[in-house]
Design a protein around this ligand. Structure first.
Ligand code: SF4
Length: 372
């Protein structure tokens, strides 16, 4: 079965999206980084103008929840004062760039991210979710993260690679951005109805597929890393007050967002107690669950409450409020899909695939009287 159609646009700080708990206002941190002042200011804004919850998304973005029509304008003013608001909605939409969390100021990854940001005006019209990954470390940390054009290290030097192609085109730091922009124009001309590069890549000429990428890096996990202390946010949900206290208490200098419901505290001197996940074996890291009831108007079930009860299973588990599968748009060993207040169960598939069982009672699942 095919995935239900997503909305044709992505919400931002200029164009919020209405959900069950008000509007969500999404921010795209530049180079996936915020300094400590920005983090604390963002948390204060989420508490004053939203409901105090911040989502960490699968594109390493942050979204403030629970914003109302009368709090949107003051929130935008606060975000502007923190340097977190783009000049306009068009610029915000184009700035869809993932940057490796292990990059450090002044290195090639940060330099190329900055250079790409400065030239977004040269891009053609692209589908809303079209984006870039800049990942120039010796191993590729963002290899499995969603992106359409990848600027990364190859076996013999820097490459620009179309997502879905096994190889990319060799470039050097001076030609990388020109080449990436050229590839966006190729996509705009040849994409037909495709919205993502991987769906158009079969038509890509061979001279874009000459250089193999470097090996993939092992997944990032909570704990110590070269960039700082890595922590997890269960289901990507962050309590703004807890994050502000963590930033202040740890004396961290900056926060790096990642696409894996993990964030990195740079320069933390201590790690005070917090609700965030610090151990790589925490079972909540292996469960995906979207906001569900009452946060999403498409949901009829409590997803995260059930996911917490079922966490700890040996295989991947996804609890989805409906067939769209926002929290995990890919297969899991077991996927519970909400429908009319009950759950269907998909085995080895996605939330939109044919269920193996239907109409499971949420209470029985939570109590363990209904096994999956
Ligand atoms: S998957 Fe979850 S968050 Fe996405 S639309 Fe359905 S209920 Fe809402």
């Amino acid at each position: 079965m095919t995935r239900p159609a997503p909305k044709g646009w992505c919400p931002g700080a200029w164009r919020p999206m209405e959900t069950g708990d008000g509007w969500i206002v999404r921010l795209r941190p530049r180079a996936c980084r915020l300094d400590a002042t920005q983090v604390v200011g963002l948390c204060a804004a989420a508490l004053v103008h939203g409901n105090g919850l911040i989502d960490l998304t699968s594109r390493a973005n942050l979204q403030i929840r629970g914003v109302r029509s009368d709090t949107l304008a003051p929130l935008q003013t606060d975000l502007g004062a923190l340097g977190l608001l783009d000049a306009d909605a068009g610029t915000e939409t184009r700035r869809n760039i993932l940057t490796s969390p292990m990059a450090v100021p002044g290195d090639l990854t940060i330099t190329l991210t900055d250079a790409l940001q400065a030239r977004l005006g040269e891009l053609p019209d692209l589908p809303a979710k079209f984006g870039f990954a800049v990942d120039c470390g010796e191993t590729r940390l963002l290899a499995q993260a969603s992106a359409d054009i990848r600027i990364e290290l190859g076996e013999t030097g820097l490459i620009v690679r179309a997502d879905g192609a096994a190889r990319g085109r060799a470039v050097d730091p001076d030609t990388a951005i020109d080449t990436a922009i050229t590839l966006t124009h190729w996509f705009a001309v040849h994409r037909g109805t495709a919205r993502r590069m991987k769906d158009a890549v079969l038509a890509l000429p061979e001279d874009w597929r000459t250089s193999a990428p470097a090996p993939e890096a092992p997944p990032l996990q909570p704990g110590t890393s070269p960039a700082g202390q890595v922590l997890g946010a269960a289901f990507g949900s962050i309590d703004a007050g807890a994050l502000a206290a963590l930033m202040t208490g740890s004396q961290a200098t900056a926060l790096i967002t990642t696409p894996w419901r993990l964030f990195v505290l740079m320069g933390a001197e201590t790690l005070p107690a917090s609700p965030f996940l610090t151990h790589p074996d925490d079972p909540l890291l292996r469960v995906d669950a979207c906001p569900g009831v009452p946060l999403c108007t498409s949901a009829t079930v409590d997803t995260r409450g059930l996911a917490k009860v079922l966490a700890g299973a040996p295989d991947t588990l996804h609890v989805s409020g409906c067939a769209k599968g926002c929290a995990r748009p890919r297969a899991a060993k077991r996927t519970l899909v909400g429908r009319d207040g009950r759950f269907d169960l998909v085995i080895d598939g996605c939330s939109w695939d044919e269920p193996a069982r239907r109409g499971l009672d949420p209470d029985a699942l939570a109590k363990g009287t209904e096994q999956i």
